[in-house]
Design a protein around this ligand. Sequence first.
Ligand code: ZN
Length: 87
Amino acid sequence: MAKLQAIKCPDCGSPLSFTDDQEFCYCSHCGSQIYKEDVHYDKKMEYKLKKLEMEDKQDKRDSVLLAIAAITPFLILLALIIGRILA
Ligand SMILES: [Zn+2]
């Protein structure tokens, strides 16, 4: 007898019901075609996504620092010019 598996749609989080003989099913909520293998590796994917998200945040932080580092000489130059004008 086919066993039902309680799985959540990776796209919208709606509960899906797979039977053992199904390769894929359609999400009744968002209509996504979800392969059982994809959901099987969901935990792994979640971890991967979280890691990517963290790397992304790190990247953003790095680019902010880079931007600050890039404009700092101009700010100093500007300060010098303003200082000269005021002097
Ligand atoms: Zn869905």
